[in-house]
Ligand binder design. Structure first.
Ligand code: ADP
Ligand code: MG
Length: 309
């Protein structure tokens, strides 16, 4: 069986291209990064735990992709350019096939975004996967949750509810939706969109727990309210079919895992938003989130996913 160190050498060391900021990568007690002057380091971490975030028989290549994608999505939501990541693996056993596939999924996405894997930790225990991701953003330009202004327009990238539909299929619902499954297993971090929103958006968040929950964070931290128009939500044909067949109109609003960006923009900047984004509502001064359907405010009870609740 591979030792801890040969495992790191075989699957993780020297597998990504170092960038100008990496002074020291895998192999010492710490990695060293230099930060160009005029920039800030954006730092985020996300963990995925077996049976909580993924099913025990999950495809390891897809897991590797998703683990990195959810972390890069947080960088995107701040308008940060991905730079480097660390990877902490807790594994019940050393399974070389599993590690080969997992690292391939992980490293392929890292390569796509020029992200350098600069360190990590490897331990034995219940399968738990953690990434810390670091990115660069010009000083003072990060897209925070707390900066939405009354009168801003609300936009989101891509489509809403695909991953939620994918999850329903994984949970056994019979529905023909290949794209939704892919979106659930292999989300796309909206890095280019986040970069394009620097100097354009006021507040931004990535949709990981559901639009209602995540937009709710922007509203609370900015001290404002919002009205979202359900007819404007960008829905794929698969999700439209699902809604038609089930009447479950709340699903796209409360399901997580889409990893699209939701952001607010002043009307003067509305012409500068990227092409893949859709206007879905307005920031107003009345606290809370109102959902409008056919011109009527809907009563809404469901919540996004919360651990410990
Ligand atoms: P330490 O005992 O100082 O924490 P380790 O023996 O845990 O160091 O790790 C040796 C080197 O390998 C370190 O540079 C560490 O960052 C790196 N490393 C350990 N596990 C991983 C991993 N899963 N992926 C990438 N790098 C790793
Ligand atoms: Mg260690």
């Amino acid at each position: 069986m591979l030792s801890e160190f040969s495992l790191i050498d075989k699957f993780f060391k020297n597998k990504t291209l170092p960038n100008a900021q990496t002074r020291l990568g895998i192999g010492d007690d710490c990695a060293l990064l230099s930060i160009p002057s005029g920039y800030e380091l954006a730092i985020t971490t996300d963990t995925m735990v077996e049976n909580v975030h993924f099913f025990p028989d999950a495809n390891p290549a897809q897991l590797g992709h998703k683990l990195l994608a959810v972390n890069l999505s947080d960088l995107a939501a701040m308008g940060a350019k991905p730079l480097a990541v660390t990877l902490a693996l807790t594994l019940p056993k050393v399974d070389e096939n599993w590690l080969h596939e997992f690292s391939t999924g992980f490293l392929n996405l890292a390569q796509q975004h020029n992200v350098d894997l600069i360190g990590g930790d490897t331990t034995k225990g219940a399968l738990t996967l953690t990434v810390q991701a670091m990115g660069l953003v010009p000083a003072g330009k990060a897209l925070k949750r707390s900066n939405a202004q009354v009168g801003n327009l609300i936009f989101m990238s891509g489509f809403l509810g695909d991953a939620g539909l994918g999850l329903k299929i994984m949970q056994g619902q019979k529905f023909d939706a290949e794209n939704a499954l892919t979106r659930f297993h292999q989300p796309t971090p909206r890095i280019a969109t986040g970069l394009a929103l620097r100097d354009v958006a006021n507040a931004c968040i990535d949709i990981s727990d559901g639009l209602v929950s995540d937009l709710g964070h922007i509203l609370k931290q900015s001290g404002v309210g919002a009205t979202v128009e359900l007819e404007k939500l960008p829905l794929s044909n698969e999700v439209k079919n699902y809604l038609q067949q089930t009447g479950d109109w709340q699903m796209p609003l409360i399901s997580g895992d889409d990893y699209e960006l939701c952001f607010t923009v002043s009307p003067q900047n509305a012409h500068r938003i990227p092409e893949n984004c859709t206007h879905i509502g307005f920031i107003d001064s009345q606290a809370g989130l109102r959902l409008k359907k056919d011109g009527q405010i809907q009563t809404f009870s469901a919540k996004g996913y919360e651990h410990f609740s």
